[in-house]
Design a protein around this ligand. Sequence first.
Ligand code: ADP
Ligand code: MG
Length: 668
Amino acid sequence: MPKIQRLSVSLINKIAAGEVIERPASVVKELLENSIDAGARRIDVAVEKGGAELIRVSDDGCGIAPDDLPLAVASHATSKLKEADDLFRVGTLGFRGEALASIAEVSRFLLVSRAADQAEGAELEVVAGEPAPVVPRGCPVGTTIEVRNLFFNTPVRRKFLRTNQTELGHITETFTRVALASPGVHLTLRHNGRVVHDLPPCTAGVDRIARLFGEDLARQLIAVDSVDDPVRLWGYVAHPSESRANQRMQYLFLNGRPIRDRSLQHALSEAYRGLLLTGRYPIAFLSLEMPPELVDVNVHPTKLEVRFQDGGRIYSQLLATLRTRFLTSDLSTPLVASGQGTRAESPAEADQLAARAAESREELVRWAKDQVADWETPAAAPDQHPGLPHPSPALGYGQPSPAPIGAGLTMHRLDRNWQAPAHDSDEERERRPDRQVVGAAALYQSAGVTSGGEAPRTLEPRPAGAEPSLASLAADARRTVSAMQIHNRYLVAESDEGVVVIDQHALHERILYEQLNEQLAHGDLEAQQLLVPEPVDLSGPEAALVLENRELLARLGMRVEAFGGGTILVTSYPAMLGRVPPGEILRDLIEQLSVAGKTPHRPQVLDELLHTCACKAAVKAGDPLSADEIAALIDQRHRFRDTHHCPHGRPTELVFTRAELDKQFLRT
Ligand code: ADP
Ligand code: MG
């Protein structure tokens, strides 16, 4: 048997660091928590190269006395717990006393601090766990911690770091959580000197949400508040018209601590049952407040998970609170600024909000007009790929208008529900030229996209001569085939063998997929330029994922740019997807990208993305089709190699042979 030995302090700290410090974002989390615990009113975070190079957190909190500096970086030293019982009523974010020790073990660490009652500050440097003597240093009250070259002495860990963008994404997410939990603290985040977030202190949590995720989302929030003594649950949940394809926009806080809790997420989904489509998840910003002794926060090294004494009761409280709130809200229409009182507390405030919205809309219109004036040629002409069938000529909702810019240009605002913007007043609508709906969210130069509320899924009559190929192709098709649409979802046609029943969505999806594949083989896909780039608010990691896959997305015609924070600007998107809001496409593509895992095999991922685009662009079951559309669809069925299965492998058609029919009708 090998001899049992005590581990060295350095090894103990390295092991602890392994648990607590996984990546730069973990350092940011621990340092931010310390600053909040120190009562800081302002905290500045600066990182370089995704945090691998430098993480600096400065606060104006209570500071640390010079004599205490060595203790602050010693393991199991904390000012937050005094006796064992304190562990069961933790009121601070930290309490384990090992964060600074762990961080200092795996980096070049510098701690500069001045306590409020000291005339002078002091600094302490620690390199790979080896502290230098404390030296006096002039500095303002508060604490600054610099962490350089994280994991420089643990090469294995360092190798696990992902790209700077990805690490920044995680840091931004961590920062966001802390910022949501402490709206009263002024927080800033800089990356390589550039400001990512500057969040002034605010009293209402919703203002911070608006700052982080945009006014659009903030307007769709429903305030909730309930007390089941001694537990208070309060915060905001989003109107069901706002949802996500994953649970990342579910922010939960317990006594000011960001937490993760599967059971509460489940309760949230239950509350929205029937209000969201399957696969969509609610957005929520919810805080629980309860006496600390009712919850054990010491069950997870990074304190992200907690154990409630009575989890079942909290589950019920969440479910009941939301259900009751929904019952008393009119969920059939999206909220408006002056509506449900979520954003606007008073009529005066509502007016102000409406005025602000109108102002920014006008500004955008002015800007867009300038752009149009500068714009000489359409971004993408329909016959850019001669010799190739244009994506679904009869069903191409998104073909850019070949008409010269300025002549008959129609700008459409598409919102998620294909309705005119909810916040447009009648008066505002009247002031605008006929059929010109311009909103703050998106401006498109595109024909054939309806912005009216009714029957948006069918094609609109197009300007004469705009798309000559449409009519002629359909006419050709009609000469050779005919089919009938039933239940707005199946097409029934005669074939040589008998009768064929076609699933309209599956077939169209297959055809589009094949067309996309062909286009891709000839180069990148046709892109439709957006007049005004569309901002899409994403979580930090999502934004990072998008930027990492920028080139891949560009091949599909989707061009994106970083805008700061989690916001991504979509500057162009696949032309064939003209009727789908860019933000929605982007989110679906993100989903595919995150499913693809960490080391995606490019061709396969691209193929998945093509499937996604084809599925999005295809007519849906339930879409009524015109005779021409049916004819064109049937016609193209024969042009591609395998149209008998949709890209997901479902059959696109069923054949009932004449022999079979004869047999069924007892004719044989
Ligand atoms: P914990 O937060 O669990 O106590 P840490 O290792 O994170 O452990 O910090 C150790 C101690 O250093 C804290 O208990 C606190 O007294 C002191 N400290 C750390 N950061 C700060 C800060 N920003 N301002 C004031 N004191 C701090
Ligand atoms: Mg701490």
